[in-house]
Design a protein around this ligand. Structure first.
Ligand SMILES: NC(=O)c1ccc[n+]([C@@H]2O[C@H](COP(=O)([O-])OP(=O)(O)OC[C@H]3O[C@@H](n4cnc5c(N)ncnc54)[C@H](O)[C@@H]3O)[C@@H](O)[C@H]2O)c1
Length: 337
């Protein structure tokens, strides 16, 4: 593998065009890709290795650091308010910027704050978890959880640029690598059989991870460009998420986001596809079932953002690499379980 190789993937949306830069050990070149010559608020969580933060901080003219507690519970209004206050107190103007360094939690929260502070300031993302590198950092969905409903408050706000340094994955736990892999399995199961077969067949994920990430980003780019605001085809990215989100919330965070989505995908697949996906989930030590509290899940589904007139658009996979959008009543979804 050529360590010096940089891949640039250009994403074109009506709101904003931006580059996703992918490489190894490229954090130190952050100022080549992001305009760091101003006030920059680096938002991260307390578990992200300090070395990543220091490298980026040293490339910023006027850096500030804001650390949140790690984990999903940090995606809340309290943190939004505190960060907004921090920006205001430090005289951040419309010309200043936020850089997120971390997983999907840091990214979703920081992007939401960037989208509402002074009606929107530049937002740069440095995703450091596999899930964030292949999914949450691309496409401009921002948000926080509210009253136990995931991502129910948020906005569409595209980043100004995204920098993916693959070497940051070296410090990520195996559980979080596998958790992130689910979002790749999702996009592969619905849109790219070849990628699905690669994930299924690889004997050395670490060796193949860069090209797998690049392919997943290209797939996500295509979907986001064709339907940025999720009116139609972007819904495919919700494969497994309808039940997945409900599992994540109803099991009191026993399962991570990707783990819950993995279980969720199994309910919306034909028998052949279910068996295929199950095999892959098992290969990567991911859960394939969990204890379900139907009443709790019913309640959560009633608040799903995707619901209208008691129906939810769900994604169904009959054959690996292809999908269908199916309108389903909440009651019918519950009956699947
Ligand atoms: N916006 C979107 O389109 C979108 C898409 C999918 C998921 N999401 C959201 O993403 C979130 C999940 O993201 P996640 O799985 O990254 O969770 P996370 O942000 O909680 O990160 C997982 C854990 O890994 C740690 N970590 C991250 N990078 C690390 C590194 N390089 N080295 C060591 N530790 C590291 C973090 O500190 C954290 O403890 C959920 O809130 C989900 O709703 C958003």
């Amino acid at each position: 593998m050529n360590n010096k190789k940089i891949t640039k993937i250009f994403i074109k949306t009506k709101a904003k065009n931006y580059n996703v830069i992918i490489g190894e050990n490229i954090l130190k070149n952050v100022n080549k890709y992001f305009n760091c010559n101003r006030n920059v608020l680096i938002i991260t969580d307390k578990n992200i290795p300090q070395i990543y933060i220091d490298v980026v901080k040293n490339k910023c003219k006027n850096p500030y650091i804001y650390k949140i507690k790690q984990g999903e519970d940090s995606k809340n209004f309290f943190n939004v308010k505190k960060i907004l206050k921090f920006l205001l107190k430090n005289n951040f103007s419309r010309k200043d910027a936020i850089i997120a360094i971390g997983g999907g939690v840091v990214g979703d929260l920081s992007a939401f704050v960037a989208s509402i502070y002074m009606r929107g300031i530049d937002f740069f993302n440095i995703p450091t978890s596999l899930l964030a590198q292949v999914d949450s950092s691309i496409g401009g969905k921002t948000g926080i959880d509210f009253y136990n409903v995931k991502n129910v408050v948020g906005s569409f706000y595209q980043p100004t640029a995204v920098l993916i340094d693959i070497s940051t994955l070296n410090t990520l736990t195996d559980r979080h690598i596998n958790n992130g892999l689910v979002e790749i399995i999702k996009i592969a199961a619905t849109c790219d059989k070849k990628l699905f077969d690669r994930i299924k067949g690889t004997k050395n994920l670490k060796r193949d991870i860069r090209s797998i990430i690049e392919r997943a980003v290209v797939l996500k780019k295509k979907i986001v460009e064709s339907d940025t605001l999720e009116k139609n085809t972007r819904k495919v990215l919700n494969f497994g998420h309808t039940i997945g989100h409900a599992i994540e919330e109803s099991c009191n965070r026993k399962y991570l986001h990707g783990e819950s989505v993995g279980i969720g995908m199994l309910y919306f697949s034909s028998k052949i596809v279910r068996d295929e996906i199950k095999k892959v989930l098992i290969k990567y030590n991911l859960p394939v079932s969990c204890k379900i509290n139907k009443n709790k899940i019913y309640e959560l589904l009633m608040h799903d953002k995707k619901m209208s007139s008691n129906n939810i658009d769900t994604i169904y996979v009959n054959e690996i690499g292809k999908f269908k959008i199916k309108k389903m009543q909440v009651k019918k979804i519950i009956n699947l379980m």
